[in-house]
Design a protein around this ligand. Structure first.
Ligand SMILES: Nc1nc2c(c(=O)[nH]1)N(C=O)[C@@H](CNc1ccc(C(=O)N[C@@H](CCC(=O)O)C(=O)O)cc1)CN2
Ligand SMILES: Nc1nc2c(ncn2[C@@H]2O[C@H](COP(=O)(O)OP(=O)(O)OP(=O)(O)O)[C@@H](O)[C@H]2O)c(=O)[nH]1
Length: 432
């Protein structure tokens, strides 16, 4: 097994940089560069020297984690050095000249940890999410899964399946054909029913968790010149969308990603919905209509609340916003705002945040954070339901239960997931 090294902290000038190494030569490298391996898991203040010529490279901290108690499960070392470009380059260069050492590939530390059982696939995915998390809700959800919440749940379910399978297999082994009719079918169903209910309940929560990763989607709709772009700018507190007094300025969609009370919310400014004057604008309107189908909330904007919402296909919730409140008063049933004076914006924020929270939760109960998880549990559930429904053919019942266990195994990376592994780990940054 190679020993790999990498900068674990961010690229570019910084106060401190962390270089990590993993593999059998990690301890030897520490001896070569710092004169000693040091006590397990204890930081030492050291002078780092190039083993080729004894020249000092930097002063820093060195740590050694002997296998298996390390982030990768292998011998593992860290050098905490000064984060200047020349310092980092000099140390990385000196490391790359040591025989048997090579730079780590993106995600290679996590992949080694996976290979050694330190984390499963669901935890690795969640670590990637944790690094990408931009809001409190996303952080809380990713940390929960990285901590093994999904791993433990899947292990429990698989154990229940193995239990039920043992019952069926015992019957298959010890009874002859004629006896199969005496099989305790009720006993089997009593075991499987709570499992089905638990999987169904968890599946019902899945859309909220997936949305937490992607963001709650709000689209701004309304007639041309209603003030959509101006509102987006006010929401984003910077000039993102093009604001102009000419109707039809916003031809494509412009997104603002906001953190609303810890929840990720994406606002999209759209081309005004109207009978399009030209081809380009018509394409814009079509694209908006397609995107509307995936939105969680629509804000219908109309100056002074003069135009009622257009018919929106799909039944997505619509909030009626009367714009230009400095010029008009809002009719009943409309939330009045003025992007110019800022009036009503806090109320609008609160209304959107309340709906986002109802849809996303707070991330504290998340289980299936990816479509992949949901699909695997849905197919496990189908297999268990098929097993429950069979009148006879215990062989098939057993096969259903095995197939349910295999489906769950895909979540944690226990079965046929080489392509998923590649996809997950290669998306990690270098040094993870
Ligand atoms: N300096 C530094 N900070 C870091 C990391 C790191 O690798 N280095 N991490 C990088 O992700 C995260 C912490 N993750 C870690 C995961 C496992 C172990 C570890 O030593 N695990 C052993 C012992 C566990 C224990 O003592 O309870 C083990 O699992 O056997 C350490 C850090 C965040 N902060
Ligand atoms: N008085 C006043 N004028 C506003 C307000 N909000 C927007 N406007 C003006 O209304 C005009 C249209 O604003 P936009 O934000 O470009 O409208 P839009 O709905 O994005 O228009 P399209 O891109 O054509 O669909 C601009 O001249 C804005 O300055 C407001 O709260 N009060």
């Amino acid at each position: 097994m190679d020993t790999v090294f990498s900068l674990g902290s961010g690229a570019g000038r910084a106060a401190i940089a962390v270089i990590r190494l993993s593999g059998p030569a990690a301890g030897t490298v520490l001896v070569e560069f710092t004169g000693a391996r040091g006590a397990a898991r204890q930081a030492r203040f050291v002078t780092l020297r190039d083993p080729e010529n004894g020249e000092a490279l930097d002063q820093g901290l060195a740590l050694f984690f002997p296998a298996p108690q390390s982030p990768t499960g292998e011998d593992y070392a860290e050098l905490h050095i000064h984060g200047g470009r020349a310092v980092v380059d000099a140390v990385l260069q000196a490391l790359s000249r040591r025989p048997g050492l090579r730079p780590a590939e993106p995600g290679e530390f996590a992949r080694r940890g996976f290979a050694n059982g330190k984390l499963d696939l669901s935890q690795a995915e969640a670590l990637a999410d944790l690094i990408d998390a931009e809001t409190e809700g996303q952080r809380r959800q990713a940390l929960r899964i990285a901590g093994g919440a999904l791993r433990r749940q899947v292990e429990d379910w698989r154990a229940a399946l193995v239990d039920a399978l043992a019952l069926v297999e015992a019957e298959l082994d010890f009874s002859d054909e004629a006896d199969v009719g005496s099989f305790d079918r009720d006993g089997l169903c009593r075991r499987l029913a709570p499992l089905c209910r638990a999987m169904q309940a968890a599946l019902a929560e899945a859309p909220a968790s997936e949305r937490m990763r992607e963001g709650f989607l709000v689209m701004l709709l309304g007639p041309p010149n209603a003030g959509k772009s101006t509102l987006l700018n006010a929401l984003a507190r910077r000039d993102l969308a093009i604001v102009s007094p000419t109707p039809g300025t916003t031809r494509d969609m412009i997104e603002a990603h906001l953190d609303l009370k810890g929840l990720p919310v994406t606002f999209i400014d759209t081309a005004g919905l109207r009978e399009a004057a030209d081809e380009i604008e018509r394409i814009g309107v079509d694209r908006v209509l397609r995107r509307v189908e995936t939105a969680d909330l629509l804000l219908w904007l109309s100056p002074g609340g003069e135009t009622e919402p257009a018919h929106i296909p799909g039944g997505t919730q619509v909030l009626k916003i009367a714009t230009k409140g400095d010029l008009f008063t809002a009719p009943g049933g409309w939330l009045g705002i003025s992007a110019s004076t800022g009036a009503g914006l806090e109320e609008l924020f609160a209304a959107v945040a309340a709906r986002a929270e109802a849809r996303l939760g707070d991330g504290g109960a998340a289980l299936f954070i990816r479509e992949r998880h949901r699909a695997a549990v849905a197919s496990a559930l189908l297999a268990v339901e098929a097993a429950e429904a069979r009148e006879k053919d215990l062989e098939f019942v057993a096969e259903d239960l095995r197939s349910a266990a295999r489906a769950l195994g895909r979540i944690v990376g226990a079965v046929d997931v080489e392509h998923v592994l590649d996809a997950v780990f290669s998306r990690f940054c270098i040094g993870k």
